[in-house]
Design a protein around this ligand. Structure first.
Ligand code: AMP
Length: 282
């Protein structure tokens, strides 16, 4: 696997690939890779001739007081994992390479889709995400870009951005990869102390409870949210950031379960903010 840190170099390589008619797949990540990330790489390998994985801890998507400085990083291990998966190129630019002195161009999807849920507790987060993803699209010229359903709001926003800015790129959603006990894999899970790790399971458990209620015919959104809330509040280290049940397509608020629905939540376990979600269709 080739490791590239320089934008002009990777852009030249990608232009050559495109001229040769190769299908390029891009997997954007912040590194500290786990099976969730690797499932995106495997999906990309299936569909594309060339798979580029980017690793970039994007400072502009972190708010003040968030975990940018302590975000886990291990490029050596990531390179080993990606080599095993036969990724073709790792693009790992520096912050200065992506945002040189004086940088001032941003891409923002406006409206409720970005201001609610994770957008409400992390102002500016999605602006940072859509900006870096737009840059990566222009740098790597992918035909397909792969994103995890784990970050359901993020991928919905990116799909809207790609559509509205006419990026000729197909956005592929990859299902959530979980630990054996159900906890969604996340680079941030390393922050959890053993007791917190046990309590973190409540995110998955509350989603499963919502699924059971919906399957048994419950359609009332406030009632389902209330039951999830009670379950989470019973864990002493858990503090709810949000629980939302929205239309999957555009994340619009709903009162009744109907069609494709996203049940999504963010919960702080101690100091660690975790997210998870579930897609249901009735
Ligand atoms: P991150 O490095 O956390 O920014 O994630 C990079 C990509 O991997 C994003 O598209 C995430 O949605 C995806 N991802 C992270 N965790 C998982 C998971 N457990 N299952 C599937 N995809 C994931």
């Amino acid at each position: 696997m080739k490791v590239v840190k320089n934008i002009s170099e990777i852009q030249r390589i990608c232009l050559d690939y495109k001229r040769a008619g190769k299908i390029i797949g891009l997997v954007p990540t912040m590194g500290y890779l786990h099976e969730g990330h690797l499932s995106l790489v495997r999906e990309a390998k299936k569909r594309c001739d060339t798979v580029i994985v980017s690793i970039f801890v994007n400072p502009i998507q972190f708010g003040k007081g968030e975990d940018y400085d302590i975000y886990p990083r291990d490029l050596g291990r990531d390179i080993e994992l990606l080599t095993e998966e036969k990724a073709d190129i790792l693009f790992a630019p520096s912050v200065r390479e992506m945002y040189p002195e004086g940088y001032s161009t941003f891409v923002e999807v406006e409206g409720e889709i970005t201001s609610k849920m994770c957008g409400a507790s992390r102002p500016g987060h999605f602006r940072g995400v859509t900006t870096v993803v737009s840059k990566l699209f222009n740098i790597c010229l992918p035909d397909y870009a792969f994103f995890g359903q784990k970050d359901a709001q993020q991928v919905t926003i990116i799909e809207k951005m790609a559509r509205e800015l006419n990026f000729p790129i197909e956005i592929v959603r990859v299902p959530i990869v979980r630990e054996e006990d159900g906890l969604a894999m996340s680079s941030r899970n390393v922050y959890l102390a053993p007791e917190e790790r046990r309590e973190a399971l409540v995110l998955y458990q509350s989603l499963q409870h919502a699924l059971k209620l919906i399957k048994s015919g419950e359609r009332d959104v406030p009632r389902i949210k209330r039951e999830m809330e009670e379950m989470i509040k019973s864990r002493p280290r858990a503090e709810i950031d949000y629980i939302e049940i929205v239309r999957a397509e555009d994340l619009a608020y709903i009162d009744k379960i109907e069609g494709r629905v996203l049940v999504a939540l963010a919960v702080r376990i101690g100091k660690t903010r975790l997210i998870d979600n579930l897609l249901v269709e009735v």
